[in-house]
Design a protein around this ligand. Sequence first.
Ligand code: NAD
Ligand code: IPM
Ligand code: MN
Length: 366
Amino acid sequence: MPTLKFAVLAGDYIGPEVMTEALRVLAHVARQENLTLAYTAADVGGAGIDRHGKALPESTLKICAEHDAILFGSVGGPKWEKLPPHEQPERAALLPLRKHFTLFANIRPGLLYRELTEASPLKTSRIPDGIDIVCIRELTGGVYFGQPKQTTTLPDGDVQAVDTMVYRRSEIERILAVAITTARARKKKLCSIDKANVLETSVLWRKTVNAYVAHHAPDLELSHMYVDNAAMQLARNPNQFDVFVTENMFGDILSDEMAVICGSLGMLSSASLGASKNSLGLPFGLYEPAGGTAPDIAGKGIANPCAQILSAALMLRFSFGLEKIATRIEAAVRKAVTSGTRTSDIAFGTDAVGTKAMADAIIAQL
Ligand code: NAD
Ligand code: IPM
Ligand code: MN
């Protein structure tokens, strides 16, 4: 009987609400498929600060290292916004966690079901068959991590803040390898998004992409696009992309745009992978919704649990090699949503249900 050993880091605000439902879905498939769930919950983010005085307690990091994957909720929110910036949950927990495990490849599938096109702000006539694209975001480099990163008072009394955007060729090559594998499994089309008309890092990015793809993936149809144009093209005709690959901050911004054209941030799952393998010899990964803690709707029982449930499916696929079960969960989410059970963020015209009822409908489809 296969054992699924993963760390559960639910985090803050809606994090625990949607995590509860993802765990219920996993418990259900575990019973059906004769799997053993062996997960350990640990505090992270604001919950870490409140209970241990630290957003990423050592005990949490240890639990993550001892398991085969991390199922993550989301962290941060108004309660901790007055802390010094480097102590806040996002910068003190999530970014160090990604860096610690070198989770450089963030895969975000932009999928809008055909039956759900009215939940997209785009006209149905532009996306008659829905949307099916993938964002590959570099996750451990760029302006998020480059040094120096500081605020100083200048001799003339003015104040200056610096962030530094840095990329090494090797960092670009390793994210490209993931993008190539993803593109090969789909339409063999890859678009690299940069700002090579302005940024040195983007000049290196584009040069590296051209050389690497020419050498390792001449079978792919490669294109390049500036990020400002890409933001516009995503809204104009998202399906012109199949797989796009981009640096950390561009990927952060473009993936939120991708989420909303695909209906809601509450539907966007993600997998963050690196080079390390777990005890099963499969990729160790962190799986989290792309959206945040949604403090505006937290505590009301109305958050959409689909992104968390779909992230759990990605965990089964990548870190446990359970492709069939992952696909079964994805199909159940699709069936539940398209047969009319929807949380308010994707309801548009139908009656909305709450977080728990949404998960109940998914479980009923399994
Ligand atoms: P957000 O993603 O939390 O929310 C943006 C909007 O999307 C809100 O209106 C929210 O209600 C809605 N939304 C998000 N997820 C939803 C869901 N599952 N169901 C229904 N609606 C949903 O972004 P924000 O408001 O800018 O950030 C809130 C906090 O979350 C901040 O502290 C931010 O730093 C943090 N954050 C954390 C993560 C993470 O931990 N991975 C990601 C993004 C933001
Ligand atoms: C995301 C989030 C994070 C990011 C924040 C919370 C640090 O917005 O995962 O998209 O910018 O990477
Ligand atoms: Mn983001």
